[in-house]
Ligand binder design. Structure first.
Ligand SMILES: [Zn+2]
Length: 258
């Protein structure tokens, strides 16, 4: 009897794939020093008051919540975080022509900073790198708005209409963007391998892409420290640190045409 090696299994699956759809969650960013907000040791789990800052109703109703939220944005770890070996492995996957789409629940922009093409990255929970006007819909880079906060504006209004500005992230109580979710679901349905990384696979509707892809015949590889509800239907499950597991899985993936 031989024990199956999940790293070798995962590498073989990816090596055989033409369209890998990657789904990333907080676990890949925590290895770059960005705290997990929803996990068992998450910021919101330990301090429910902090969750108020990310609730759209409190944000729209209360200038003090907006002041605190902007202060949190100015000091967000995303501005100084550096992509890790896990992020870089996903860049290598794209360079080898295997990456069909990179769906992420993270808002830190680290996949793009690592070098993945922006058009491959589908940010289902938005991004801290942009701001939007809740009144007129204007959207732009967050840098100039954060400069206004640093210069002393507690709650910088929209330059165009005076409306409330907000980080272009999906807050609690705020609907997901249907076009973005549709794009993610379509990509997952076209996958021949789904590689789920650092996500508990409990946040819907995106978690639903995993069994849907499996039903379409995709193979499923999960890299997550904790068990997920889909471990039983996975073809390989790895519990190793992401920064070690991903390079080990992707190194074996030859380029198309090699
Ligand atoms: Zn506006």
């Amino acid at each position: 009897m031989t024990m199956s090696d999940p790293v070798a299994d995962a590498r073989r699956r990816i090596d055989a794939a033409r369209r890998v759809v990657v789904l990333t969650g907080a676990g890949i960013s925590t290895e770059s020093g960005i705290p997990d907000f929803r996990g068992p040791k998450g910021v919101w789990t330990r301090n429910p008051a902090a969750e108020k800052l990310s609730n759209i109703h409190h944000y729209m109703a209360n200038p003090e919540v907006r002041r605190l939220a902007w202060q949190g944005r100015v000091h967000h770890p995303a501005w100084t975080a550096v992509p890790n070996a896990g992020h870089r492995a996903l860049v290598a996957l794209e360079q080898r022509g295997r990456l069909h789409a990179l769906i992420t629940q993270n808002i830190d922009g680290l996949h793009q900073r690592a070098g993945n093409s922006p058009d491959k990255v589908i940010e289902v929970h938005g991004t801290v790198h942009d701001v939007v006007c809740m009144e007129c819909g204007w959207r732009g880079p967050s840098g100039p708005v954060l400069d206004r906060v640093r210069a002393g504006e507690d709650d910088p209004p929209c330059d165009r209409c005076g409306g409330i500005l907000k980080s272009a992230t999906i807050s609690f109580g705020q609907p997901l963007v249907p076009e973005v979710i549709d794009r993610a679901m379509r990509a997952a349905a076209q996958a021949d391998v789904v590689l789920a990384i650092g996500t508990s696979l409990q946040v819907y509707p995106i978690a639903g892409a995993v069994p849907a892809a499996k039903a379409h015949g995709a193979r499923l590889v999960i890299v997550n420290a904790q068990p997920t509800p889909f471990d039983d239907i996975a073809d390989a499950v790895l519990r190793d640190p992401i920064g070690e597991a991903l390079p080990a899985i992707v190194e074996g993936a030859r380029g198309l045409g090699d």
